[in-house]
Design a protein around this ligand. Structure first.
Ligand code: PGA
Length: 256
């Protein structure tokens, strides 16, 4: 199984670091640790308030946001796709499990956000994943999440879509490296998501969608997800706060 696109590495800082100054320093360090590796696409997704500052530090990596709403208007606390674009944001993460859990996001809200982001020309990164560790069968929950989120998506937008398979049980387990999914589980998730995409949009359009893995990615396991797991990239949380680790992850991804 081979994929032809450059690998996509997304650094999801979540609600870190604690200050604008620290965000600027972290962005600068990550930029200098990763910019020499040309054969990979890199995205850094800081918290909303740090977007302009971090954007100013980046030349090689693209700017990403961790969430988005679908439009401007009377939506207190929300941020629209066009507002993000005006700050240089190129990628938006949508439907992360931490937003589903802590902010009550539903598949229907995620569908709206996804359509809004794609309609305004952003690259959208849709997160899906089951909450409980499964046996060999991939959870129907993942299928439901993908189908609902893609309900109002146009075929011509698919080139700007990435789907992240991020099993909730595999997130933030870095202390215990047995916590990440196996490359085999990732591979089966890839096949399953691809099959759904093909059934909705046909095979040709579906091939444009990048399918990546997230959940306790480290320099030690990245290569296996990209090779045995046949993933087009990774979404990195904890390890993306350490310039050495994310630098190593990008180096390995770019060397394939
Ligand atoms: P993690 O987070 O790499 O810390 O497990 C990944 C994510 O939730 O995006």
């Amino acid at each position: 199984y081979t994929t032809s696109m450059k690998k996509l590495i997304i650094a999801n800082w979540k609600a870190n670091p604690e200050s604008a100054v620290k965000a600027t320093v972290l962005a600068e360090k990550i930029e200098s640790a990763t910019s020499i590796y040309k054969n990979a696409d890199i995205v850094i997704a800081p918290p909303f308030p740090f977007l302009p500052l971090v954007g100013d530090m980046l030349s090689r990596a693209r700017l990403g946001s961790q969430d988005v709403w679908n439009t401007e208007g009377p939506y207190t606390g929300m941020v629209s796709p066009r507002q993000l674009k005006s700050l240089g944001v190129a990628y938006v993460i949508i439907g992360h499990s931490e937003r589903r859990i802590h902010a009550g996001e539903t598949d229907d809200m995620i569908q709206k956000k996804l359509a809004g982001a794609l309609a305004s020309g952003l690259q959208a990164v849709l997160c899906v994943g089951e909450t409980e560790r499964q046996g060999s069968e991939l959870s129907a929950m993942v299928g439901e999440q993908v189908r609902t989120a893609l309900k109002s998506i146009k075929k011509e937008w698919l080139r700007r879509l990435t789907v992240v398979y991020e099993p909730v049980w595999a997130i933030s387990t870095m202390a215990d490296t047995a916590g990440a999914a196996t490359p085999d589980t990732a591979f089966r998730a890839r096949m399953y998501i691809e099959k759904i995409l093909t059934s909705l949009f046909g095979g040709r359009a579906s091939r444009d969608v990048r399918i990546i893995y997230g959940g306790s990615v480290t320099p030690a396991n990245i290569t296996s997800f990209l090779t045995e797991g046949a993933m087009d990239g990774v979404l990195v949380g904890k390890a993306s706060l350490d310039p050495k680790k994310i630098g190593e992850i990008v180096r390995l991804a770019a060397s394939l």
